[in-house]
Design a protein around this ligand. Structure first.
Ligand SMILES: *Cc1c(COP(=O)(O)O)cnc(C)c1O
Length: 466
């Protein structure tokens, strides 16, 4: 689409209003206001446009969620139809709506075996808060109320509510608001660049990283630990892909001590790794008891999240639990559920998930790997439709830039300027593009990323920093 086909927006006026009134998430408002927000006005396929007419390939699927890409009329129609029929009704007092019920019955068809129940929320954070309550309720009902502690990982992301941020392992979040809440503790992440030993194989590192779970269980007391939570691949932490040895060993330890295993699939769910859920990818291959989902369930067209509750927990909760005193006004919101049904149906009917596994992800992997010859780049890796690389000052000796330099942010700004969204996390540059990307679009995205790396390098050279 040409810029002059776009509706006209008064960018300066929008920026001024934004600066005057809008507190953005995870943002230093003062420095944002000095620069001004970019106003995104349109999306089609894998591309977005800003109010100044710039076309940008969305390498991050919005915020890891627009799995089907932008401009899907079927999702719009599902929402329109439901809003015309019944925009909202609740599920609290012996009522339900057709979309909530149909979606609850549809999700077990795509979930791993043994998942037959779902609890709806509005977001991934609320899903994880729900899980904290479900886990503790489960152990109460099991007659082991002392099993309260949930073990998570440093640099995990599980959301931004008090519960979600506590489960998460982001130190910057914990510092603000006296987190984590009691009963939540963390082990180190399986990130070899940070925690590996010289000469250690990825396989050995994976086993060693998993052993930190067992050490923590023994430290807390095996009878006091309720659950372990992890993302199959850490997303916001920087696309940390664990070694293949990691998850099976985590599974073994959870089984050994009877812990509930929680797979936070808010990013990895709904095809992101080429399987319906990340735990099903052979590289992960875990058997969780609870699954958190959100983001891709609606391709981000409307907010929806929830918990897939495995039979082990559901049976106890239903048979013995009585009232579960938890829920949200919009749990099972019919319009959001209608969009989710359309989204899941499209992912299924169009074979998107299989195509990611057999075609799109392997192609992305091969093309992304070509960036490895760039002087700034090392540790190029991908799994499904997430990929990451490390920006090195000297990639031969694996020397990182001084963190204060913010090289990732420089690179991210070049990416935007060159028409591609890439995210910077410390030393890592990451992507999670829409699952429907064509080969030609992947080629174009990689060209724009390479140009941005070149521009970053040129800028650093001009300043004498490399
Ligand atoms: C985004 C995310 C969440 C939080 O979801 P919200 O919808 O933002 O509350 C939780 N877990 C993971 C893995 C996420 O990526």
């Amino acid at each position: 689409m040409k810029p002059n086909d776009l509706p006209q927006f008064d960018t300066a006026a929008l920026r001024a209003k934004d600066a005057a009134h809008h507190l953005h998430p995870f943002t230093d408002t003062k420095s944002l206001n000095a620069a001004g927000s970019r106003v995104i006005v349109r999306g089609e396929g894998v591309r977005i446009w800003d109010s100044e007419g710039n076309e940008i390939i969305d390498g991050m699927s919005g915020l890891w969620c627009v799995n089907l890409g932008y401009g899907r009329q079927d999702l719009v129609d599902a929402a329109t139809h439901q809003m015309q029929t019944l925009p909202f009704y609740n599920a609290f007092f012996k009522t339900t709506t057709a979309p909530a019920t149909e979606l609850a019955a549809l999700l077990p068809q795509v979930a791993p075996p043994g998942f037959n129940h779902v609890f709806f929320t509005n977001s991934g954070s609320e899903g994880n808060d729900t899980i904290i309550r479900l886990v503790r309720r489960y152990w109460d009902l099991m007659g082991q109320p002392q099993r309260k502690t949930i073990i998570s990982r440093h640099n995990a992301y599980h959301g931004s509510t008090l519960g979600g941020a506590s489960l998460g392992g982001m130190s910057g979040m914990h510092e603000q608001g006296d987190l984590p809440l009691p009963g939540i503790t963390h082990i180190d992440q399986p990130y070899q660049l940070q925690h590996g030993k010289p000469g250690e194989s990825a396989h050995d590192f994976g086993l060693r990283a998993a052993s930190w779970l067992e050490a923590k269980i023994l430290e807390v007391g095996a009878d006091k630990v309720a659950a372990f939570i992890g993302e199959p691949v850490q997303g916001a932490g920087g696309v940390i892909i664990p070694p293949a040895s990691y998850w099976p060993e985590i599974q073994r330890i959870c089984d050994k001590y009877g812990l509930l295993l929680i797979s936070d699939e808010v990013i990895c769910g709904f095809g992101r790794l080429g399987h319906w859920f990340g735990c099903q990818h052979p590289h992960i291959n875990s058997k969780p008891d609870l699954i958190t989902f959100a983001k891709g369930v609606t391709s981000g067209y409307l907010p929806l999240g929830g918990v897939l509750v495995g039979d082990r927990v559901a049976k106890v909760l239903i048979e013995q639990g009585g009232d579960f005193n938890h829920g949200f006004t919009y749990s099972g919101h019919p319009t959001c559920c209608a969009v989710a049904i359309a989204n899941v149906s499209a992912l299924r009917n169009e074979g998107v998930v299989e195509r990611v596994a057999t075609d799109t992800a392997p192609y992305l992997k091969a093309q992304f790997a070509t960036l490895a010859d760039h002087p700034l780049v090392g540790d190029v890796d991908s799994l499904g439709m997430v990929a990451g690389l490390v920006l090195y000052k000297d990639n031969a000796s694996r020397t990182l830039f001084d963190a204060d330099l913010g090289v990732g942010y420089l690179c991210r700004d070049h990416c935007f300027k060159n028409g591609v969204v890439m995210r910077a996390v410390e030393e890592r540059m990451i992507i999670a593009p829409p699952l429907v990307m064509t080969h030609a679009e992947i080629d174009e995205m990689i060209r724009r990323i390479r140009r941005s790396l070149d521009d970053t390098l040129a800028g650093l050279r001009a300043q004498g920093l490399v």
